[in-house]
Ligand binder design. Structure first.
Ligand code: ATP
Ligand code: MG
Length: 764
């Protein structure tokens, strides 16, 4: 545009360039991992804005995680500078919350609605199941919750479901009852669950064409990354958003539509849609992701242009060959092969430990070596299939003093103390929500028991008032003086905080309404939280217990306060609702952490879309990857294979595949077999430091290896020579003895929790 090389197109290959400059109504970019799909999206957005074909506010870009959204925003800002202001780059969920907050009244909701996370949903379901005595029929919050979630992802509401359900089946009837009650309770609480966010937005658009028209007009370009993992509800949302605005709706738009917005038939044409995806990386079928969305894109969006990208810019050829070999075993796919011009690179390194401990030691030691060779810890990631695998890894990393962080582990906002404090803020925004109110009553303990709670709740319902008002009027109920004082105190705190939140002032309740109206600003969120933490003495009470775990909890609360203060600085005047929205959408605790200088640990699911110079995939065993639960499911192994493909293709330069010949899970030690996916990788690509064959044939030495000094660097010996040539023989792995015993932990998950707590305490 400015003569010479266009910086936005510079360095792109011809297919990528075509995808950046294409201007049809619909564009599908299908390509393998690391071929620049996300990069193309980013450049396409920048190009649209710089060529003045769109205002930033006319663009809606959808990514799969908040982290990916932040990265994309950053990259666009890098290309354009400030010009990117006002653009919506977000996940499906965040985009929908923004829409729902604006349009909540249409639903009989108020803008301050609560978003229930899965723990909240489960708490509500637990009550319902108990009330309906449904547990005797085998209903649990987990199984009914996931069924409801699946139905919502398919946009099936309770009436539709009831109409198709098997008649006369008592279990089915009971489930419908649970589902129906659940929906009623959500509404009464002025709350949405996570799946509702998308489903209700679709519902809103369908029920209110005038509302839909506002967004259909606003977003002229919609771009979706990781399209292969969209489910039916998300797909439907996209369909609604890309519809043209019909002439009768055009007339109702404010401000009136201008001539140039309209096409020949008096409509506002539908937004252009760009989706990018890789059907080989579809790994969310269990959450209702529907691979057909990508397969049928061309049929759904007539006139769609298709661009294929095949050159990979991320990985070396050895890594790609391994990835191609593995995914080649899925026969239900469109053939595509990745290649690179970068050369073969290093071989893949394989290692079989005697135990998961031994495996972890290898990982820690290799990381030390890589670091010594000059690699940043940042550039290294360790993947696993299940969260329970982290304990051994964390243990060895700590011993080796390697800084690390766990992505998507126990989430900061899911910690009990953080949820306690958040319950106050949530209740201030939505005083009708029983789940958060019930939570804050007992946090900290203040002598308001279940009986008192039930009385208050009944009173609240009977009077049609909110929970805070009910508490202030507890004098009308028969409570003892101590309980009454406690309830009144809490009710008073909540009402004062509520006034502050809307700008009424905390202490100055006597001021006449309207007085100083101009000066009445909503209080900063940090001030609100500070008030709550001070008056409830949550932090002091934790500190007073002199238990390192409680110290860690107190620190989490201080951290939360810091988060709130930071929010106030970043978004001055945005207020409580904006804060709650942000918090409820932040995926992981680790988004709070500084990622510099740490090795990243995560599940393979979390790894999607990311890249690292060195990648360790651990636990490459039957039962883990492919996961035990997938093996008996139709298509289950194929989905696991795609997950393995995602894992392998994250690596840029070095890939390590490790496993253990015995593994302790939930206190039991079992013999582990190498994953079938390992056998799918051509032998010549892997340099085995210790092959599965070597370990099982020398099973007798296992205990020695376990007892060896744990300090990395002195544990196993890395004898050279035998590694490259060693023959890999699989299949007979079951012969090793299972006598090796890891320190048995009754419950891995809680042991892991304690371990992390101790670590935090030690760090402090
Ligand atoms: P995934 O399927 O894993 O999400 P992707 O297709 O989105 O991968 P990107 O993350 O966009 O791939 O790109 C992979 C890497 O290749 C990035 O580091 C990117 O900067 C780089 N890359 C992409 N295209 C080019 C190019 N034309 N020249 C140089 N580097 C490129
Ligand atoms: Mg990508």
């Amino acid at each position: 545009a400015f003569g010479g090389v266009d910086p936005l197109l510079e360095g792109l290959n011809p297919a990528q360039e075509r995808a950046v400059i294409a201007r049809g109504p619909a564009l599908l970019i299908v390509a393998g991992a690391g071929s620049g799909k996300t990069r193309v999206l980013t450049h396409r957005i920048a190009h649209l804005i710089r060529e003045r074909e769109a205002w930033p506010s006319q663009i809606l870009a959808i990514t799969f995680t908040n982290k990916a959204a932040a990265e994309m925003r950053e990259r666009i800002a890098g290309l354009l500078g400030d010009a990117a202001e006002g653009m919506w780059v977000s996940t499906f969920h965040s985009a929908c919350v923004r829409i729902l907050r604006r349009e909540a009244e249409r639903f009989g909701y108020v803008a301050g609605f609560t978003i229930y996370d899965s723990a909240d949903s489960r708490a509500l379901l637990k009550r319902i199941i108990k009330e309906l005595d449904a547990d005797t029929y085998g209903f649990t919050p987990a199984n009914s919750g996931s069924k409801i979630s699946r139905l919502k992802n398919e946009l099936t509401d309770v009436d539709t479901y009831a109409a198709t359900a098997v008649e006369g089946d008592p279990r089915e009837r009971l489930f419908i009852e649970i589902f129906r009650t659940y929906e009623q309770e959500l509404r009464r609480a002025n709350a949405f669950d996570f799946d509702d966010l998308i489903g209700q937005t679709v519902h809103l658009f369908r029920a209110h064409p005038d509302v839909a028209a506002v967004y259909q007009r606003r977003f002229r370009h919609i771009l979706v990354d990781e399209y292969q993992d969209t489910n039916h509800a998300q797909y439907s949302l996209i369909r609604e958003l890309t519809k043209p605005v019909a002439p009768e709706e055009v007339e109702r738009l404010v401000p009136p539509a201008r001539e140039r917005e309209l096409d020949d038939s008096g409509r506002i044409p539908g937004a252009s849609l760009t989706v990018v995806g890789d059907s080989d990386q579809s790994i969310y079928a269990f959450r209702g992701a529907d691979i057909r969305n990508i397969v049928e894109f061309e049929r759904d969006f007539v006139g769609a242009e298709v661009v294929k990208l095949e050159q990979n810019y991320r990985s070396t050829q050895n890594i790609l060959s391994a990835a191609n070999a593995v995914i080649g075993n899925n026969f239900d796919r469109q053939e595509k092969s990745l290649w690179t011009s970068e050369g073969d690179g290093a071989k893949i390194v394989g290692f079989t430990g005697y135990s998961q401990h031994d495996e972890a030691r290898f990982v820690a030691e290799e990381i030390e070596d890589l670091h010594r060779e000059g690699l940043d810890y940042n550039d290294i990631a360790v993947f696993y299939r299940t969260n329970s695998q982290t304990r051994a890894l964390e243990e060895l990393l700590i011993r080796a003093a390697i800084p690390y962080r766990v992505l998507g582990g126990t989430k900061f906002y899911e910690r009990a103390e953080v949820k306690d404090a958040m319950a106050y803020l949530t209740s201030i925004a939505n005083p009708y929500d029983p789940i958060t109110w019930s939570r804050l009553l007992g946090a900290p303990k203040r002598g308001i028991g279940p009986m008192a709670e039930a009385q208050l709740a009944n009173f609240q319902e009977a009077q049609g008032i909110n929970f805070h008002e009910a508490m202030l009027r507890c004098g009308e109920l028969s409570f003892g003086p101590k309980v009454r004082a406690s309830i009144l105190g809490l009710g008073d705190l909540l009402s004062r905080a509520s006034r502050m939140a809307v700008g009424g002032g905390a202490t100055d309740a006597s001021a006449a309404p309207g007085e100083d109206a101009a000066e009445k600003q909503p209080a900063p969120v940090g001030d609100l939280l500070k008030l709550i933490l001070d008056e409830t003495e949550m932090i002091e009470k934790l500190r007073a217990r002199r238990d390192p775990q409680d110290d860690a909890r107190a620190e989490n609360l201080e951290e939360l306060l810091a988060v709130a203060r930071e929010f106030d600085v970043k978004q001055p005047g945005a207020g409580l609702l904006a804060f709650l929205t942000e918090v409820s959408l932040v995926a992981a605790a680790d988004d709070l952490d500084d990622s510099s200088g740490t090795v990243s640990l995560m599940t393979m699911h979390t790894a999607k879309g990311l890249e690292y110079r060195s990648v360790f995939i651990t636990g490459v065993e039957e039962g883990l990857i492919p996961h035990q639960m997938s093996v008996d499911e139709v298509g289950g192994v194929n989905e696991e294979r795609r997950l393995m493909y995602v894992g392998i293709t994250r690596a840029r330069e070095r890939l390590y595949l490790t496993l253990a010949s015995t593994r302790a899970t939930f206190g039991d030690v079992s013999v582990a077999m190498p994953s079938r996916f390992l056998q799918e990788i051509p032998e010549g690509l892997i340099d085995w430091r210790q092959s599965p064959g070597e370990v099982t044939s020398r099973g007798g030495t296992a205990s020695r290896a376990l007892n060896a000094p744990a300090r990395p660097g002195s544990g196993y010996s890395r004898s050279s020579g035998r590694s490259t040539e060693s023959a890999v023989s699989f299949g007979s792995g079951g012969s090793g003895s299972a006598a090796v015993s890891e320190p048995a932990s009754g419950n891995m998950q809680s042991a892991l929790e304690q371990w992390r707590e101790r670590k935090r305490a030690a760090k402090a």
